[in-house]
Design a protein around this ligand. Structure first.
Ligand SMILES: [Zn+2]
Length: 459
């Protein structure tokens, strides 16, 4: 093993591809072993791509790949068949498509461009796949037409579509009715039996890559009729399909062409899988830790805001708005009520939650006001700075005071003679935070779950 190969063994697939492309000399040193190893060990998309490619190489259902092509389709990030741009970025394709064993974008599969896509001088995308229709149906018409070629060669076509080396995928629905006297199923537009195979989606035609090598599935749609014709001249067994694929297609590959990839894959897959699993575990635990750190930051923020609800601050805020006179116990009442309100938070139960903590105070409009003021910090707790606490508390006070005090029943303690102490009752029934359409409808209908009369009843 020479020096450049030693270096190649330590490179991630993208770097290896650039390294190899730099000169012809380097290209000569690239082996299948290095290409497969690099893809399996470094990076999740190349690993998944290699896993998607393996069954096709094992079954020999696609044309074999050489080392450079393996590296290119496993490590590359774009579609093999187009150079389209979307939103000023190259149309990205991360994985080898498991259906066809090629790296192909969805737009090339369907032959439909997305609006806003730049097609580099073309009017449309030529589809790389083609459907074999068993019956042609129109969605809003009761009519359908049977494909007579299909009806005439049903046995042979069934064998071909079921063959492991033929890549075809059923799609669409067709209905059958059952004739009890004859004991046969016949297509019928109002039949009660459904079969999910109105068409078979296949690769469209023989394809070459940029180097002039054959690529893609061995049997494209364009070769289907030829195979059916060939099957009619033989006794129509599965071996005949194999014989056709081994001899009668363009540049038929041999069994040995697939062996280097399979050997390299078998050599590394077990260790690579262990490595990939441990990588996933570490990533998941890091995500959890990040999530809980965010929750801690949000709770920290709440404690800072709560500490600003003091009697001095409340006097100050009231003086600013001209409400000079407020009894001491009213201020205490307000401070306590806000403290209790802000403690009615709950942590986000799942990782994909929008808010890291959110409020369920039992009153919809209060929750909405709280989320109006605090929402952006509850989504991104790192945005909140310590010096913003007083300002935020003031904002909350202005926004929620009326709504909150309306719902806090106060009673003066007179059993122990402490007339200046008050009791705050904030044990609201549990409710939910309304957002979006529900929130707007609440505002429209002025839905008030707790009216003043019902509050009195609880006293
Ligand atoms: Zn494409």
């Amino acid at each position: 093993m020479d020096v450049s190969q030693r270096i190649m063994r330590f490179l991630p697939p993208q770097d290896l591809l650039n390294f190899v492309k730099s000169s012809k000399r380097m290209l000569e040193h690239l082996t299948m072993d290095i290409a497969v190893m690099s893809s399996l060990f470094y990076g999740k998309h190349p690993y998944q791509s290699a896993k998607n490619l393996h069954p096709h190489m094992l079954k020999r259902s696609i044309y074999p790949l050489n080392a450079l092509r393996v590296l290119m389709i496993l490590a590359g990030s774009t579609c093999e068949f187009c150079r389209f741009y979307y939103n000023n970025e190259k149309n990205k394709t991360t994985c080898v498509r498991p259906n066809f064993g090629t790296k192909i974008c969805w737009y090339c599969v369907k032959g439909e461009a997305k609006s806003g896509m730049i097609l580099c001088g073309r009017d449309n995308i030529p589809p790389m796949t083609s459907a074999f229709y068993k019956l042609i149906a129109y969605p809003y018409k009761p009519e359908y037409y049977l494909n007579q070629f299909y009806i005439a060669n049903r046995d042979i076509l069934y064998k071909i579509f079921e063959h492991p080396r033929v890549l075809s995928y059923p799609y669409g629905v067709r209905f059958f009715s059952y004739d009890e006297e004859e004991g046969v199923m016949t297509p019928a537009n109002n039949g009660e039996f459904i079969s999910y195979d109105q068409m078979e989606i296949m690769w469209k035609k023989e394809t070459k890559d940029g180097f002039g090598n054959m690529t893609g599935p061995l049997l494209p749609r364009s070769k289907l009729n030829e195979l059916v014709k060939y099957m009619k001249t033989t006794d129509g067994s599965n071996e005949d399909i194999d014989h056709f694929l081994d001899n009668k297609i363009r540049n038929p590959p041999s069994v040995q062409d697939y062996q280097p990839f399979l050997d390299a894959y078998d050599r590394y897959i077990q260790r690579a899988t262990e490595r990939e699993e441990s990588r996933k575990r570490i990533q998941a635990s890091k995500k959890h830790i990040r999530h809980y750190k965010k929750i801690e930051m949000a709770v920290d923020m709440m404690s800072l805001i709560i500490s600003e609800f003091t009697i001095e601050n409340i006097s100050k805020w009231n003086n600013e708005t001209g409400r000079v006179f407020l009894r001491r116990y009213s201020k205490e009442l307000q401070a306590e009520a806000f403290t209790r309100l802000l403690l009615l938070y709950e942590e986000a139960p799942f990782l994909a939650a929008e808010y890291f903590i959110k409020f369920r105070s039992g009153n919809a409009s209060l929750d909405v006001s709280l989320h109006d003021v605090l929402g952006k910090y509850l989504k991104k707790p790192s945005m909140f700075k310590e010096e913003m606490a007083e300002q935020t508390a003031h904002l909350l006070y202005k926004k929620c005071r009326f709504e909150l005090m309306k719902r806090c029943n106060s009673m003066i303690y007179n059993d122990n003679g402490r007339l200046d102490r008050c009791r705050v009752r904030t044990d609201f029934p549990t409710g939910t935070v309304y957002t979006g359409a529900r929130k707007r409808s609440l505002h429209r209908n002025r839905f008030e779950p707790w009216t003043d009369t019902s509050a009195k009843r609880h006293l």
